[in-house]
Design a protein around this ligand. Structure first.
Ligand code: PLP
Length: 438
């Protein structure tokens, strides 16, 4: 492809992308394909001779789209949002063109510098304490990781290193392997599976702290487990607090946990993968109080701050820059507030239908709800919802109960989509309850 063709194809691709996003709600949100569907649609091996661009493009609709779950459809209410915006898409294009590898300042100065400044912008938007910022003195500062899972692992490895060094400085003869075998890391029993995985990769034992009736960890619960572990000769070194848990968007009490961690020399990492974006709104910022006790803090702009997935390669700060400038703090706050208002609208619909119940406090854009009745009944309802393919939801378990999660995800979701989704859910519930009266 030469430059002239690239210009033409690029414009065509922009049109394809704009059409895709503009008309996304006409596509079925969840695909019908079976596992392995794709292999039979393409050759077993890469082509010997070059093919034409037309041949490749034809396969987008034939091969790829039939197997896509349309995460940006306004009928997608599963998991948590993944961000998408036009400025971020354009910045990704530019990033692809520049295509440099910014592994050090000298390798491409703008990579390092834009990333540092963007993370300071973000820190200021969240009103983080001064120590979290690089500023001009360069003491704090953030870096972009690919995912929250990576950030949790990196923080755990850093905490492990800090504790091993600290013990060795007091007791230089002690074998490092002995220290590591005694290290213990903690998280809530509601934490994302990536926290447990970080412990496995880091080669340390993990303990889950029981959460309270609101699915949050309190300081007392942590203190109790710490006393037990220290009495057993173990070395507590890392606590991963969650702000906005995956199942129900619950918040650990970091104002209680933080001081305990600081006194005990335990590294407190905060995983706010989804909820972190909301802290740019002053009314949600109190949920982050206690961050001053943390050693590290992470959230995903690629979830709820309109910056497309992912942010791993440093130059990708370009898309943060584009998005922040083109939406402004106000525009980003409006986006978060709109989603929270839609979740509240859905919650209100659930609350007036006596057949249903709300299963966890609705703080941000996630509503956990269920039919009053057995787990089997709710599983059957979810199965009917997802088989109908009009909307897409996923479940979670809360205190042993099967619960449906309704997360406001797409940038383009409006009240009418929420109302339609609820009408659809209640119609399926009515049919189900007629067949299986409770
Ligand atoms: N932590 C929490 C609280 C999450 O909700 C999620 C995903 O939803 C993750 C971590 C994993 O995020 P990532 O896919 O960025 O690793």
């Amino acid at each position: 492809m030469d430059t002239a063709e690239f210009r033409r194809r690029g414009k065509e691709m922009v049109d394809y992308v704009a059409d895709y996003l503009e008309n996304i709600e006409k596509r079925q949100v969840y695909p019908d394909v079976e596992p392995g569907y794709l292999r039979s649609l393409i050759p077993e091996e890469a082509p010997e001779q070059p093919e034409t661009y037309e041949d490749v493009v034809k396969d987008i609709e034939r091969v790829v789209m039939p197997g896509i779950t349309h995460w940006h459809s306004p009928y997608f209410f599963a998991y948590f949002p993944t961000a998408n915006s036009f400025p971020a898409i354009l910045a990704d294009m530019l990033s692809g063109a520049i295509g440099c590898v910014g592994f050090s300042w000298a390798a491409s100065p703008a990579c390092t510098e834009l990333e540092t400044v963007m993370l300071d912008w973000l820190g200021k938007m969240l009103n983080l304490p001064e120590e979290f910022l690089a500023g001009t003195k360069g003491k704090g500062g953030g870096v972009i990781q690919g995912t929250a899972s990576e950030a949790t692992l990196v923080a755990l490895l850093a905490a492990r290193c800090r504790m091993v060094k600290r013990i060795l400085s007091d007791d230089p003869e002690r074998p490092e392997a002995d220290i590591i075998s005694k290290l213990v890391a903690y998280s809530s029993d509601q934490a994302h599976s990536s926290v447990e995985r970080a412990g496995l990769i880091g080669g340390v034992r993990m303990r889950k702290i029981p959460s309270d009736s609101k699915f949050s960890v309190r300081g007392e619960a942590l203190r109790k487990v710490l006393e037990e572990d220290k009495a057993a000769g173990l070395i507590p070194f890392y606590f991963c607090a969650t702000l906005g848990t995956t199942p129900s968007c619950a918040f650990d009490y970091i104002t209680e946990i933080g001081p305990i961690c600081n006194t005990e020399g335990i590294w407190m990492h905060i995983d706010a993968a989804y909820a972190g974006s909301a802290f740019i709104c002053p009314e949600f910022r109190p949920l982050l109080d206690g961050v001053e006790f943390a050693d590290s803090f992470n959230f995903n702009p690629h979830k709820w701050l309109l910056v497309n997935f992912d942010c791993s390669t440093m130059f990708r700060s370009l898309k943060i820059w584009f998005v922040f400038r083109m939406y402004g703090l106000r525009g980003l706050q409006d986006h978060i507030r709109k989603h929270v208002a839609l979740a509240k609208e859905f919650e209100a619909l659930v609350r007036v239908d006596e057949r249903f119940q709300i299963s966890a406090e609705v703080v941000l854009g996630l509503v956990c709800f269920r039919l009053k009745g057995s787990n089997d009944l709710n599983e059957a309802l979810l199965k009917r919802i997802n088989s109908a393919r009009r909307i897409h939801l996923v479940p979670c378990q809360l205190s042993g109960r099967f619960v449906l999660r309704f997360a406001v995800c797409a940038r383009t979701t409006e009240s009418r989509h929420v109302q339609e989704a609820w009408a659809h859910i209640t119609q399926l519930a009515t049919e189900l309850l007629r067949q299986f009266p409770q």
